[in-house]
Design a protein. Structure first.
Ligand code: SF4
Length: 351
């Protein structure tokens, strides 16, 4: 038995053949799933009742259930808490900007990587999501919003490379033409620095974007913020990133969360410049969003601008991300953490 959303077009062709169905059934099924966005096989009325019942057994169609939806105000960011069939919950965020929409999806329930400023890391990893559950996050929101997102970022709960096979399969489904058809270059995987995952992705022959959470200009600070650094320090991480760029031609974005006094001083900017100079790299600076579990503080706007300016003057392609969705607990893991400890605040509603 295979979950419907985890299947690629070639899997549907094979499944139909094995079940003795004509090849055109696979096309009808894919159209029902991804063009019409059916929520149950019973809605696929181009098939006979008998065939729909067979599909329930062959490839069950399970959509995650919406538990809460937390609007963030005028910027239009909506954070959803979704429940899987076994009751486990993950977050996904709908982020409109300039007429386009990015959906941030989760790859695991919780996360085992324990990054200091991340609410998901406080939970530990409960389990990895299946490929179908990951695709289901996109299908649930596209049904709720009446459209597919333009971009997908795997930056929600979980470390995607600790759930490598399911994540890659899900992204292939989301990318395929008979599926949601989201362009590979509009799909971004984000890792905290799991070197074997970076090395493996370099060999896949896919054009997905990769972003790496760096957050520190040296091992001493990175060790404090990100335990993963003790396993794969900068001397291993950065060469793996260089090799990824050499193999794929894709330039990596390094995410760098600025924390007041910890990594936002001019000396840190200088160290970061030394680290990245000569590398094909982009840097995305993110002023820290306050998280109850981490006592680091948001840096001043002037310090953020000075950091940005230093990198730009050194010729490093750098942007600074606006902090969006702060009212909606939009840092990863925060909504789920709150619903575990007590009710969500604000406009969350039980459906
Ligand atoms: S930042 Fe990402 S990798 Fe780190 S604990 Fe949070 S979810 Fe896991």
């Amino acid at each position: 038995m295979t979950e419907a959303y985890g299947l690629l077009p070639e899997d549907w062709a094979a499944l139909c053949k094995e079940a003795g169905l004509p090849a055109f059934r696979a096309k009808q099924i894919l159209q029902g799933l991804y063009r019409d966005r059916i929520g149950a096989w019973s809605e696929l009325t181009t098939l006979s009742a008998e065939l729909r019942a067979r599909l329930d057994d062959l490839a069950p169609l399970t959509l995650p259930r919406e538990v809460t939806r937390t609007p963030s105000g005028p910027d239009g960011v909506v954070k959803y808490l979704l429940e899987m069939a076994d009751g486990e919950r993950v977050e996904t965020v709908w982020i409109p900007a300039d007429g386009r929409v990015t959906q941030c999806i989760s790859s695991q329930v919780g996360c085992a990587m324990h990054c200091a400023f991340c609410a998901s890391g406080q939970l530990g990893c409960v389990r990895s999501l299946t490929a179908a559950e990951i695709v289901g996050e996109v299908m649930a929101l596209s049904r709720a919003q009446g459209r597919y997102p333009n971009n997908i970022v795997v930056m929600g709960m979980g470390e995607p490379f600790m759930n490598y096979d399911a994540v890659l399969r899900a992204l292939r489904v989301l990318n395929c033409q008979q599926g949601p058809n989201i362009g590979a270059r509009h799909i971004t995987l984000s890792t905290c620095g799991v070197v074997p995952g970076i090395e493996r992705l370099a060999q896949e022959g896919v054009q997905f974007e990769l972003s790496v959470s760096l957050h520190a200009p040296n091992d001493a600070i990175r060790d404090r913020l990100m335990p993963v650094n003790r396993r794969w320090p900068l001397a291993e991480l950065l060469p793996a990133c260089d090799a990824y760029t050499a193999a794929t031609g894709r330039i990596i974005t390094y995410e760098y969360t600025l924390v007041r006094g910890l990594n936002d001083r001019p000396v840190h900017a200088a160290e970061l410049i030394r680290l990245l100079r000569g590398r094909k790299a982009r840097v995305n600076l993110i002023p820290l969003s306050p998280v109850a579990e981490f006592d680091g503080q948001t840096p001043s706007h002037a310090d953020c601008l000075a950091f940005l300016d230093a990198l730009l003057k050194a010729g490093i392609h750098t942007t600074m991300r606006r902090s969006r969705g702060r009212q909606a607990d939009a840092a990863c893991g925060q909504l789920r953490l709150r619903t575990q400890k007590g009710p969500t605040h604000g406009t969350a509603e039980e459906s």
